[in-house]
Ligand binder design. Structure first.
Ligand code: SF4
Length: 480
């Protein structure tokens, strides 16, 4: 499939995450089924394609397709994926377009055997690595950076995958949390800044790896510990083994994991994200109070922060917008008449709650602002007396190079606009963003543990000049 509908039609105004990964070594269990359910808990991280690779200790089998997990996998397919070790992936495309050949896991022959690889993140030195592989006569069939990592491993002369990883991982620049399946083991590794999450879990006396703890919960696994930045971990018959392969470069977990990406029931760095988001709402209420009648969230991602705003401000919390939970992503392109309904395909206002009320509307972030302005318009149409937007993160003014789809700088509504100008553009009665200090305080973690470059322009790892130029509006505004 090489054409997909305009996802923005269904999407909200938040940045998009791009992937969730899972891996399991459990010879006694139905690993494909467990991977399927774990991916279910990671579906929010990517809805464009899904895939599972299994090993029966002599062959690898990969099944992947465009669509939601429930569209891709049927009972019969899962039954055919027999093996003792597996990895799985859900994808939102950032590098590489949205088409089947970019779906993961990526399979590659290697020294007479095979590997499959699934990756969450974005490399910033893809061009350099691609040039090197092509010069060596390596054929690449997709446009994704995941295939480049797989090809580097496949072409490595060592028969030992761990040796190959020890050589290849230090050559990768950017954000990556990845899992590799071989015939007899699984390996996970995380970039030296830890931009994307990866956690090791225990399932009885076997082990699993996942992007989030919610994927462990759903299969009854318990957290062992997070994979540290720059670490590799492999799981085999003897259990798990950690090894540092790249010098740790501090830590720069993407702050959007805390704001929006990860599920509220996931735990990262010891913090439950629901509680952290609720504290963001409390900070927002402290920094930007307003005289109003009702606090409503933009569901679902604004829920926890709206509860926090309500509890701190004393303004009652209510549901003023009902979300169509099943819209997900679809391959059916809406016709022109449906397109006019726009945001109502996803959110519908509860007029009886909204009419005549002064609303505080809490959302997690605004990127371009298109959906937010339609939302404000819809709330006024439904009878709202005032719409005070409160955003539980700072204005996004710098692009992301680490795998988050946010468009280029001049498309951000906050780019070269004051908050008052943005409020006017959106048609809101008032607008306030949470400050960066307030946001970091709400995490209750050391501020130096996060990447917050899309707010501050301080990129944790160097971004090549040509990549910078592709996303920055002006040469003079290229962040630090
Ligand atoms: S630039 Fe923003 S979205 Fe990208 S990794 Fe850093 S905090 Fe996350």
């Amino acid at each position: 499939m090489d054409h997909l509908p305009d996802w923005d039609f269904f999407d909200d105004d938040s940045p998009h995450d791009e992937c969730g990964v899972f891996a399991i070594f459990a010879p006694e269990r139905d690993v494909a089924r467990l991977t399927f359910f774990a991916l279910f808990a990671l579906q929010h991280r990517g809805q464009e394609s899904a895939g599972i690779a299994v090993s029966d200790q002599s062959h690898l089998t990969v099944y992947k397709e465009m669509g939601l997990l429930s569209q891709v996998f049927k009972e019969q397919t899962l039954r055919s994926l027999t093996g003792q070790i597996a990895i799985g992936h859900v994808r939102y495309s950032t590098t590489g377009s949205s088409e089947w050949r970019n779906a993961q896991p990526i399979h590659r022959d290697r020294n007479g055997s095979a590997i499959a690889l699934a990756h969450n993140g974005n490399l910033v030195n893809t061009d350099e690595l691609r040039r090197d592989l092509v010069a060596r006569g390596v054929v690449l069939s997709s446009t994704s950076d995941t295939e480049i990592i797989a090809a580097l491993l496949a072409e490595h002369p060592s028969g030992d995958i761990l040796d190959a990883l020890r050589d290849v991982i230090p050559r990768l620049r950017g954000a990556f949390s990845a899992v590799v399946l071989t015939e007899s083991s699984v390996v996970g590794f995380r970039d030296p800044y830890g931009v994307r999450p990866l956690v090791l879990g225990r399932l009885d006396d076997r082990f699993v790896l996942a992007s989030e703890t919610s994927a462990l919960d759903i299969i009854g696994a318990k957290v062992v510990r997070e994979v540290e930045p720059g670490e590799m971990v492999w799981i085999d018959e003897d259990g798990y083994h950690f090894e540092r392969v790249v010098e740790r470069q501090g830590e720069a977990l993407c702050i959007f994991e805390f704001i929006y990406f990860a599920r509220p029931d996931s735990v990262m760095s010891g913090q439950t994200l629901y509680s952290a988001r609720s504290r963001m709402g409390q900070e927002l209420a402290r920094e930007s109070p307003v005289d109003a009648d009702l606090v409503i969230p933009v569901p679902d991602t604004g829920n926890s922060a709206a509860i926090g705003y309500s509890s701190r401000s004393g303004i009652p919390f209510g549901e003023g917008l009902v979300k169509n939970r099943y819209i997900g992503r679809t391959f059916i392109d809406p016709d022109a008449d449906l397109r006019k309904l726009g945001i109502r395909m996803k959110l519908n206002p509860l007029s009886s709650t909204i009419r005549g009320r002064r609303l505080v509307v809490v959302d997690d972030s605004i990127v371009r602002g298109n959906t937010t302005s339609r939302l404000v318009h819809m709330l006024f149409e439904a009878g709202a007396a005032e719409v005070h937007l409160r955003i539980s993160s700072p204005p996004i003014v710098f692009p992301c190079f680490y795998g988050i789809d946010m468009a280029s700088q001049d498309e951000f509504i906050a780019f070269e606009r004051t908050v008052e100008e943005i409020a006017a553009e959106l048609g809101a009665t008032s607008l306030a963003y949470l400050s960066l200090d307030g946001l970091l305080r709400a995490t209750r973690l050391d501020p130096d543990r996060f990447c917050a470059a899309c707010f501050s322009g301080e990129y944790p790892c160097e971004v090549p000049e040509e990549l910078r130029r592709s996303k920055f509006r002006y040469e003079g505004a290229q962040g630090r």
